[in-house]
Design a protein around this ligand. Structure first.
Ligand SMILES: NC(=O)c1ccc[n+]([C@@H]2O[C@H](COP(=O)([O-])OP(=O)(O)OC[C@H]3O[C@@H](n4cnc5c(N)ncnc54)[C@H](OP(=O)(O)O)[C@@H]3O)[C@@H](O)[C@H]2O)c1
Length: 337
């Protein structure tokens, strides 16, 4: 085996938003396979907001952060090329945490899923709508949001991978779905392509009034991807006994200095609200069930998604920075080969 992997390394903690200078791109010759190991060729890399937390700034993600010089953490859809592990055969497709690199040696412990292609489900969906993004939407909405038919579900970052799935799953459950996204183009995508009933543009001012107009019966579930000031704006618009699955805090990942403190917390008491953070892996025992539902929705056209695909591992830092700045439409991927 004589394989060189192009890798993106974490170089240093960004000050606010990352820049390309916070990453290094290197060529590394991979070691020969030891017994139990196999070689994976990366096809697509998933870029996700949690990676910013691993780059520091007071954040830890599942108790961890990256060390300078480490290959950037990330999920890859890849193909097994060569194997000395009886559990993984050449030609098999999998999703694994192999990092930002074109080839990787694995022992199987970083594999999340063997991908068995299904009719009507494109392979890249296993990094998005049928992967951890779709599962986050599915688990957060169903297990914490628990919406009933006829209720109103509001979701932020609605043009993104998680948010677009939340609204469509809510629609499939007979709910009214309202999105929040940045800019006219994204709001059009949310209503016209993803089928939400309405979308509010948080960049065009007075978000509270926009939501109040779109949700004339109030909001029963707010699926929160953003946190902070947006959450404060929405708390007064929630109905009594509303549920708030907290999936992420996008507005805070690149923030510096003192973090925004939510002010309207008395409404949790006044309205008997339930606000609960979660990680998709806390619902691991339900992933097979959730994935099967998501695959069926994708195959039937009931769950549509968009992908923004950068080309080449060397362009991953720029694509990641773009995603954190909202330049992606839907799932941000990098085509590796
Ligand atoms: N809990 C879990 O296990 C889990 C798993 C996966 C993802 N997540 C979370 O789910 C959320 C969505 O992730 P994703 O992968 O689907 O990303 P995404 O929505 O595809 O991409 C990020 C989007 O966030 C929006 N955004 C960025 N800064 C913002 C700000 N300050 N205020 C409002 N919107 C902002 C931008 O859209 P606009 O142009 O519309 O602003 C950008 O396109 C994130 O919070 C992520 O951390 C959680």
């Amino acid at each position: 085996m004589n394989v060189t992997s192009t890798q993106v390394l974490f170089k240093r903690e960004p000050q606010g938003f990352p820049t390309v200078a916070d990453f290094d791109v290197v060529e590394t010759k991979l070691p020969e396979l030891a017994p139990g190991q196999f070689l994976v060729k990366g096809l697509y890399l998933s870029l996700d907001p949690y990676m910013r937390m691993l780059m520091g700034g007071g954040w830890k993600f599942r108790g961890a952060s990256m060390a300078p010089g480490q290959v950037m953490v990330g999920r890859v859809l890849g193909e097994v090329l060569e194997s000395k592990n009886a559990g993984f055969k050449s030609g098999e497709l999998l999703v694994a945490s192999l990092g930002w690199q074109t080839y990787a040696v694995s022992d199987g412990t970083d594999v999340e899923l063997k991908v068995l292609p299904k009719d009507g489900v494109p392979l890249t969906a296993y990094l998005g709508a049928c992967g951890s993004n779709g599962l986050s939407a599915w688990a957060g909405l169903k297990m914490i949001g628990n919406p009933k038919a006829g209720e109103t579900v509001l979701v932020s970052a609605a043009a993104g991978s998680v948010g677009s799935a939340v609204g469509q799953i809510a629609k499939s459950m007979g709910c009214r779905a309202i999105g929040i996204a940045g800019g006219e183009e994204k709001c059009r995508l949310v209503t016209e392509e993803f089928g939400f009933d309405a979308c509010c543009d948080y960049k065009s001012g007075d978000l509270g009034n926009q939501i109040a107009a779109a949700a004339s019966n109030g909001v029963d579930v707010y699926f929160d991807n953003v946190g902070a000031e947006m959450l404060d704006t929405i708390l007064p618009l929630l109905n009594k006994f509303a549920r708030v699955p907290v999936c992420g805090v996008l507005s805070q990942y690149n923030a510096q200095g003192e973090r925004y403190g939510v002010k309207n917390t008395r409404l949790l008491f006044d309205k008997s609200l339930r606000l609960q953070g979660f990680l998709v892996n806390q619902y691991r025992d339900l992933h097979d069930q959730g994935r099967a539902e998501l695959e069926a929705l994708v195959a039937s056209g009931g769950l549509r998604y968009r992908e923004t695909i950068a080309s080449g591992i060397e362009n991953a830092p720029e694509a990641f920075i773009g995603m954190l700045n909202g330049r992606n439409l839907g799932k941000q991927l990098v085509k590796l080969s």
